[in-house]
Write a new protein. Sequence first.
Length: 124
Amino acid sequence: MPTSIRPCGHNVVVQPVTLKTETDSGIILVTEGSQKEKLEMAGRMLGVLVAVGPQAWWAHSVALEQEYEPWAHVGDTVFYSRHAGKFMFDPISKKEMYVLHDEDILAVLPPQDEWELDVLDLTK
């Protein structure tokens, strides 16, 4: 999932994950308006890290006066702050992206193929 957007400084680029509201066989998983809104809200906070700026996580190395391991790498699925970042549209891949500060990444999730995510649980 390459992107033409190259983040500067401490910024990273995240492509939002789209959570399914319908199974492959056509069964609708979410029907009520409020449930759908909650699912969309959760989806706006999950994304795949697609690019990292040259100074991302660098400030932590300087503050600790030692080499600091980045907590997320390109290709990781991440959970980020709901109102963080700026929306961008990648003109090459034609996908929506968010440019975030490196500290807006709150957690790294396991690879999506390992998820046992029940989207109905998100809507309660």
